[in-house]
Ligand binder design. Structure first.
Ligand SMILES: NC(=O)c1ccc[n+]([C@@H]2O[C@H](COP(=O)([O-])OP(=O)(O)OC[C@H]3O[C@@H](n4cnc5c(N)ncnc54)[C@H](O)[C@@H]3O)[C@@H](O)[C@H]2O)c1
Length: 255
């Protein structure tokens, strides 16, 4: 029960890493808020957690929409009166390439650039803007941002995505510096290639899959391996850690 009595909002918890974190956090005693824009997936995760006799609630949210984010935070406060953990996990990547261009800068239309930044970076700003006042009032809180190796390395092929994830890294550091005095910790995970629907199609390509699996641990990661990192950063076990940019990448960035 590493998160006993804590209330945790997890964005994008209807799939992949967010879903794995929702299940793990609930198992560790948290009341989990599934903030997800896909209603079917969000409800499904809520049901799966409740079937285990654990606590979760799905609140449909588009984390890039200020009105919806404010409403989410209001609903969580009405229900629980506290927010201990915010896992800013929601994002779009290669699985959305039919909708938004995932390419180098010269091939990225401005409209797509703006949309990818809106969902992957502005969402972190918006969620934090409405959750931070609660955490400051409580004089406690842990915010975990999900960035990417694209945020710290020059990974080719999705420049708007990389710019957004680099922004998440910078925002993590400055938030940690600004709000540490209120006992609010802000840390960032940079996953390597993780086996979720986001990269499922890309992994069909054997060359890319082999390349993703060529890091020191010789495999792609599983969503639960990110969830455990988030669990540590969300729990009081990491009480003296803030401003950390933590690759969880099978050693890829160490090469
Ligand atoms: N899978 C990887 O290899 C990988 C690597 C590095 C970083 N990441 C990052 O990890 C995070 C989680 O991705 P994943 O791999 O679990 O992918 P995923 O596609 O399985 O899950 C992402 C979830 O976010 C939700 N979402 C997207 N935009 C949203 C919005 N505006 N409002 C609410 N919900 C929204 C989706 O509906 C989906 O349920 C993302 O931020 C992603 O960029 C993924």
């Amino acid at each position: 029960m590493r998160l006993k009595d804590k209330v945790a909002i997890i964005t994008g918890a209807g799939s992949g890493q967010g879903k794995a974190a929702a299940k793990l956090f609930a198992k560790e005693g948290a009341k989990v808020v599934i903030a997800e824009w896909n209603e079917e997936q969000g409800k499904q995760v809520e049901e799966e957690i409740k079937e285990e006799g654990l606590e979760a609630i799905f609140i449909q949210t588009d984390v890039s929409d200020e009105v919806k984010v404010k409403s989410l935070v209001d609903q969580v406060m009405d229900r629980y009166g506290q927010i201990d953990i915010l896992f800013n996990n929601a994002g779009i990547g290669f699985s959305s390439k039919s909708k938004y261009t995932m390419a180098s800068l010269l091939k990225t239309p401005f409209d797509d650039w703006n949309k990818v930044l809106n969902i992957n970076l502005n969402s972190v700003y918006l969620m934090s803007k409405y959750v931070l006042p609660v955490m400051i009032d409580q004089n406690r809180g842990s915010i975990i941002n999900n960035s990417s190796l694209n945020g710290i390395l020059g990974v080719k092929g999705a420049d708007a995505y990389s710019a957004a994830k680099g922004g998440v890294v910078a925002l993590t550091r400055v938030m940690a510096v600004d709000y540490g005095k209120h006992n609010v910790r802000v840390n960032c995970i940079c996953p390597g290639a993780i086996d979720t629907p986001m990269i499922a199609e890309v992994l069909q390509n054997k060359d890319i899959a082999n390349n993703y699996a060529s890091g020191p641990l010789r495999r792609v990661g599983q969503p639960e391996e990110i969830a455990y990192a988030a669990l540590f950063l969300g729990s009081d076990e990491s009480s003296y850690i803030t401003g950390l940019i933590m690759p969880v990448d099978g050693g890829w960035s160490a090469q």
